[in-house]
Design a protein around this ligand. Structure first.
Ligand code: XMP
Ligand code: MG
Length: 180
């Protein structure tokens, strides 16, 4: 069945901007890098809920290292603009002491969420922490952040789909859509 190029999520309209095919290709490319860079190691992936659940599921199936995954929550966002308010990391049910950690995030916008999360995780003395994000809005970055793995850089426009939401809706599409 042909998929819609235009979708409506609540009161807003979005047009397809990154296809499922592109996403899959980019995720494969990043997974190959991680497989190479982490050879001989047993990383812990920390997927940031809710937005990264589909990305994490697709990426993890391309990883051929012995690894664990845990899902954490940390929200700083409401509606279509970053509020800058940050909540605690919850749900880290795994000991990351001396372990290499790879954070899986759906999108890095101002970078404040990731900067805060790294500060919090460092207190538990992991061996290393890398950021792996599906999307990055480079023009919005407000903090110095080393994003080691990024599937795709995008302009500063609000996106939904493939796990990303607008007010909780719009996560359940195979492609990514940009607000119009
Ligand atoms: P910061 O600004 O801390 O924000 O890097 C990261 C979080 O903001 C959310 N975010 C978005 N969510 N479409 C979304 O669905 C977007 O275009 C978007 N931009 C930022 C997201 O939850 C991310 O974790
Ligand atoms: Mg998020």
């Amino acid at each position: 069945m042909q998929r819609s190029r235009i979708i409506k999520v609540k009161d807003k309209t979005f047009a397809v901007s990154i296809s499922e095919r592109t996403l899959k290709g980019q995720i494969k490319r990043i997974a190959e890098q991680i497989n190479r860079d982490y050879e001989g190691k047993k990383p812990v992936f920390l997927a940031v809920l809710n937005g990264s659940f589909i990305f994490a599921a697709d990426l993890l199936r391309e990883i051929d290292l012995p690894c664990e995954i845990s899902f954490v929550k940390l929200a700083s966002y409401q509606g279509t603009s970053s509020t800058g308010t940050i909540r605690e990391v919850i749900g880290l049910g795994i000991d990351i002491t001396n372990r290499p950690v790879i954070i899986l995030e759906d999108i890095v916008d101002t970078g404040l969420t990731m900067a805060h999360m790294i500060d919090t995780l460092k207190k538990q003395n992991p061996a290393s922490i890398d950021i792996c994000t599906l999307l990055l809005k480079p023009s919005k970055l407000q903090v110095k952040l080393d994003v080691r793995y990024c599937c795709k850089q995008i302009p500063d426009d609000f996106v939904v789909g493939y796990g990303l939401d607008y007010d909780g809706f719009g996560r359940n599409t195979k492609d990514i859509y940009t607000i119009i």
